[in-house]
Design a protein around this ligand. Structure first.
Ligand code: ASP
Length: 389
């Protein structure tokens, strides 16, 4: 009966528009059984990662590509690796069009943007982290302040927001019009209570008003996509200067539509980020819950300590995730996870559970090894596309 109600709602609403598409896709988002998602997949051909590198080098998730030049400029001028990684991620946090990080990040199920971030500084062997912070667009900078000006390493929730305000950060509304409308569409797709009442004389008009300007109509396909397939995002960035000093950062708005207070791996030292000045650093993006279970960042660094190349160390971490699912690809196919690694000699690598994104394109990350900023394909563990479960 519920399904029929939803279908009726979808049919009535915005023919070809956001709510109809979202509703349809919402209904189809979860297969009836896990096995429906299973497709025979081939293990990817392994490309052994480089074992030698150049310094300075800086790597990041793909969304940092445009800002690696700024990070490299810092490495070349002052050589401060913490300034360098923040030079890459801060503009991504500031960017209203990046819906996975900072301002404009998609909110939790209550429509509140809660951000997670952490930093590690190799030379001083210190770290700072902030979880579920609200109304502050640069959680990575807050994590740095926790590291540099407090006796703590991790502050969460209301206390984190208050701490940031006390330290001079400006509170603001982190929801953009676009992310707010996406959240409203998600609410409408998942609860009839968030749709106009059946007695509303202008039921269709009210729904259509969600997309009532040409600009908003341009957002419709994107809104439909993020309602049906809550996106993952996040940026991890790792840097080494010419002396071999290192820093790392990971920052995110986490999973779209998450339960309030949920923190993922991005602010967990040892999961979303780990760095040991004697060895190198590693970070992660994708489904944080899987990363936390294997302490992924730490695992990658420990594998490098044992002599593995950065790419192979990342693949080893992914193997542990696969092992947690007893190699059941029907479940592994439901999510994606990526690891990034840079050692203190400047050798880098990254591996992804699946090879391609939803549009079939190979997944890539961003590297600047002194010549130019470029996109580099991950070394995938499996061929195919992971889901968004
Ligand atoms: N790892 C992030 C988290 O679980 C999400 C992401 O990378 O998209 O919060």
């Amino acid at each position: 009966m519920k399904d029929i109600t939803r279908r009726k709602f979808c049919a009535a609403a915005l023919a070809g528009g956001v709510a109809a598409g979202a509703g349809k896709a919402f209904g189809a988002a979860l297969p009836a059984t896990f096995s429906e998602a299973a497709q025979p997949q081939q293990e990817a051909t392994r490309q052994p990662g480089p074992t030698t590198g150049k310094r300075p080098t800086i790597i990041s998730a793909h969304n940092g590509l445009r800002h690696l030049d700024a990070g490299m400029a810092v490495l070349r001028s002052t050589g401060d690796t913490m300034d360098a990684v923040l030079a890459v991620v801060t503009p991504v946090e500031d960017d209203p069009n990046d819906n996975s990080v900072g301002y404009g990040g998609l909110p939790n199920e209550d429509g509140v943007v809660q951000l997670d971030a952490c930093v590690m500084h190799g030379p001083t062997r210190r770290c700072g982290a902030v979880g579920a912070i609200e109304r502050i667009k640069n959680p990575a900078k807050v994590a740095r302040v926790i590291m540099e000006r407090t006796n703590h390493t991790f502050i969460v929730g209301r206390g984190a927001t208050q701490f940031a305000i006390d330290q001079g950060f400006e509170p603001m509304n982190l929801l953009t019009d676009k992310s707010r409308l996406a959240w409203l569409a998600w609410k409408a797709s998942s609860s009839k209570d968030w749709r106009p009442g059946l007695d509303a004389p202008d039921f269709n008009k009210q729904l259509a008003e969600l997309l009532d300007t040409p600009e908003r109509q341009a957002w419709a396909p994107w809104i439909k996509q993020v309602v049906a397939h809550p996106p993952t995002g996040t940026i991890n960035c790792l840097a080494v200067n010419d002396k071999g000093e290192m820093s790392g950062v990971t920052t995110t708005s986490g999973l779209a539509w998450k339960i309030s207070g949920r923190v993922g791996d991005s602010c967990i030292i040892g999961a979303g980020l780990f760095l040991d000045q004697d060895v190198g650093g590693a970070g992660s993006t994708g489904r944080g819950e899987e990363d936390i279970k294997i302490a992924g960042g730490h695992t990658v660094v420990e594998m490098m300590r044992k002599g593995m190349s950065p790419s192979d160390a990342c693949l080893e971490a992914l193997h542990r995730v696969v092992h947690n699912y007893d190699f059941d690809k029907s479940r592994l196919k439901m999510f994606d996870l990526q690891f990034y690694a840079l050692n203190k000699d400047g050798a880098y690598g990254a591996a992804s559970l699946w090879s391609s994104s939803g549009n079939g394109q190979p997944l890539t990350y961003a590297v600047h090894d002194g010549t130019e900023a470029k996109s580099v394909p991950f070394t995938p563990l499996f061929q195919g596309t992971g889901g968004d479960y």
